[in-house]
Design a protein around this ligand. Structure first.
Ligand code: MSP
Length: 635
């Protein structure tokens, strides 16, 4: 098959902002995409947002937003974050894209027609956080979710079901015939025993909320988020669209498809996804690469534990490469890794500042000092050169094999063999001693040449991960940017002068000082939105309104339904402020209202406007204008 690569990350839940844990998946996939392009393969890298489901509907309600407002905000934020981290995704799919939703709705009808989906009654336990159903035997202690440990909810409703059971054997056969379908092997074994324990038909629709893709032939049902979400991998390629060339090229006529997933979502990708494809007679050429988790010292990263680290916490102080390097170096194949600032500083100082940074600055300054910046090949060899060359050659080969297999940690270790060998080579050859003896000039030349080669080759191999640092190394060497590493052979002919001055690539950190500053209670960075013009601002119609009536929205802890008098008009407005305000406290208050937002239905109630508030959750504050006149414009 052709030389091409399709690589995907899971699509991220749009209920909140991504932390360094989910960022791992994106950066790791980015490294593979960049590697693949450097290997001369046509590459398509897809990421995106998972925007439907109860979790997102509830998160939006809590913030007094419509789900669409929330997912738009989170998508913008995530997209900006990926661009900040240098992520080279070609596609960014959102499951609220109409073209995606239409295709999912259509596939559902096809499954109905082929009797892969049937209507029945569901009674069981549902975890909103994982958007997953569980049987009694799967539940944890006290009916909790076996995956995340949160309480599950009893759900009883008419539902559609997918005939998973029917495909049990076909799936097992497929996995047995394709030993590299799920990697690493331990994860493959887990999946096999899960299937062998027996599949149950899967509840594939819900009627108790509305934020999702409605079933065309029975719109009171919305399609289960995982069916909706999994198809992103092909709707993003315009599957069955007018021009489906991307789909044909990257999904059908391609056996180099990396689907990167964390261990928590393995079952969805290794069981449901291939079965959905089998049932629709669609090709399964992909391989699943399953990674572990970045954990904190006190376990999982979570808002409730208050131990969440966001990418910008790191990049704003230490740069993008420090984060990209730490994350890719941290996760061993198949296992979990750890994030702690102590470990981060340790790795930063010893591997980036010492091993790599010092090697670069020492080498470039020696080439300047001894040869006026010229790097020359010579016939004379030192006694260490042969071993040195061999280490480099075999490390190049090994690093590539590891990259291909999505073993990023090991790929970096292989490159570090070159870097460590080069540092040792400096000690062995002692260039400062050779420089004192004129008869050793050719040997000294050879040493400089070998060191330059070590730098050029390491920088080329590190390109997928250290995206800001490696171009600097190449620039210091004074050679052309690396655009291809297919033939990364020893023996480059340098015909240039190296840079005459080198800035340290990574400044050594004073660990004690850093820890004190990072651990000090910090002010949240101001996350201002991008500027808008005055004309754009003027489009917002802000008025003073008086709340003349208010009650709780049924079956919701967070929502209040207010009648707000704005001049001569009375509007009904839903707001997520019930955690802070009682309805009776609000009557008579004069507040700020956005009156020209498109009306939206929230929990079945039409909301025609928005009450302006500051803060969030328990700290939320309505903006009051006690002496204002109802209906007055706010400018
Ligand atoms: N929306 C689903 C995926 C649907 S794909 C059709 C989802 N989203 S998620 O935002 O919760 O997780 C996205 C990815 O981030 C998953 O691969 C998950 O394993 C990964 N991670 C979340 N926390 C993580 C760590 N702490 N460490 C490493 N990866 C982690 O699941």
């Amino acid at each position: 098959m052709a030389k091409r690569t399709y690589i995907t990350t899971p699509i991220y839940y749009a209920s909140g902002f991504v932390h360094i844990g989910n960022t791992y998946t994106t950066i790791a996939a980015d490294a593979i995409a960049r590697y693949s392009r450097l290997m001369g393969r046509e590459t398509y890298y897809l990421t995106g947002m998972d925007e439907h489901g109860l979790k997102i509907q509830e998160a939006a309600e809590k913030q007094g937003k419509t789900p669409q407002q929330l997912v738009d905000e989170v998508a913008d934020n995530t997209r900006a974050l990926w661009s900040h981290l240098g992520v080279t995704n070609d596609g960014f799919i959102r499951t609220s894209d109409i073209q995606h939703m239409d295709k999912v709705a259509e596939l559902f009808e096809r499954y109905l027609a082929s009797d892969d989906i049937y209507l029945s009654e569901y009674t069981g336990d549902y975890c909103v956080a994982c958007e997953a159903f569980f049987t009694k035997t799967q539940l944890g202690e006290g009916g909790t979710c076996p995956d995340c440990g949160k309480p599950t909810r009893k759900v009883s409703e008419q539902s559609y079901f997918f005939r998973l059971k029917k495909y049990e054997k076909q799936l097992l056969d497929f996995i047995n015939e394709h030993p590299d379908f799920i990697q690493p092997e331990t994860r493959r074994n887990e999946v096999i025993s899960f299937i062998e324990s027996g599949l149950e038909d899967l509840c594939i629709s819900r009627t108790s909320f509305t934020w999702g893709v409605p079933v065309k032939s029975n719109p009171k049902h919305v399609i289960y988020v995982w069916l909706d979400a999994l198809f992103n991998y092909i709707t993003a390629l315009n599957f069955e669209g007018q021009d489906d060339s991307l789909y044909q090229k990257f999904w059908v006529d391609n056996d180099n498809i990396y689907q990167i997933v964390g261990k928590d979502i393995l079952r969805f990708h290794a069981v449901y996804w291939p079965i959905f494809l089998m049932a629709a007679n669609l090709p399964i050429n992909f391989k699943l690469y399953v990674h572990g988790w970045i954990l904190m010292k006190d376990g999982k990263m979570s808002k409730s534990r208050g131990n969440v680290v966001y990418p910008k916490d790191i990049t704003s102080r230490y740069g993008i490469d420090a984060l990209r390097y730490y994350l890719t170096k941290e996760l061993p194949i198949g296992n979990d890794g750890l994030f702690s600032y102590e470990r981060f500083y340790d790795r930063y100082n010893s591997e980036l500042a010492n091993d790599l940074g010092n090697l670069v600055s020492r080498t470039i300054s020696m080439i300047n000092k001894y040869f006026g910046g010229k790097i020359e090949k010579t016939q004379v060899r030192t006694e260490f050169d042969e071993d040195f060359e061999n280490v480099i050659k075999s490390s190049v080969k090994d690093a590539k094999v590891e990259y291909e297999a999505f073993h990023l940690q090991t790929a970096l270790t292989k490159v570090w063999q070159i870097i460590s060998r080069a540092n040792k080579y400096i000690d062995e050859t002692a260039p400062w001693v050779l420089a004192k003896d004129e008869s050793k000039t050719e040997e000294l030349k050879s040493v400089m040449y070998h060191l330059a080669e070590a730098l050029r080759i390491s920088a080329s191999l590190l390109h997928p991960v250290l995206i800001e640092t490696t171009p600097k190394i190449i620039e210091y060497l004074g050679i052309k940017a690396v655009t291809n590493i297919e033939e990364l052979s020893y023996g480059y002919e340098y015909d240039n002068i190296v840079a005459n001055k080198v800035e340290p690539l990574f400044k050594r950190l004073d660990v004690q000082k850093e820890l004190e500053e990072v651990m000090a209670p910090k002010e949240e960075p101001m996350d201002f939105k991008t500027n808008i013009s005055f004309e754009e601002f003027e489009k917002t119609d802000l008025r003073i309104g008086e709340i003349i009536d208010c009650k709780k929205v049924e079956k919701s802890d967070k929502l209040l339904l207010s009648s707000v008098k704005i001049g001569t008009e009375v509007r009904q407005i839903v707001s997520g402020i019930a955690t802070k305000y009682k309805p009776e406290d609000l009557i008579g208050k004069k507040v700020l209202v956005v009156v020209n937002l498109n009306p939206a239905k929230i929990r079945g109630n039409l909301s025609s406007g928005m009450l302006l508030c500051a803060g969030e959750n328990e700290d939320i504050q309505l903006i009051e204008v006690p002496n204002g006149k109802s209906g007055d414009k706010v400018k």
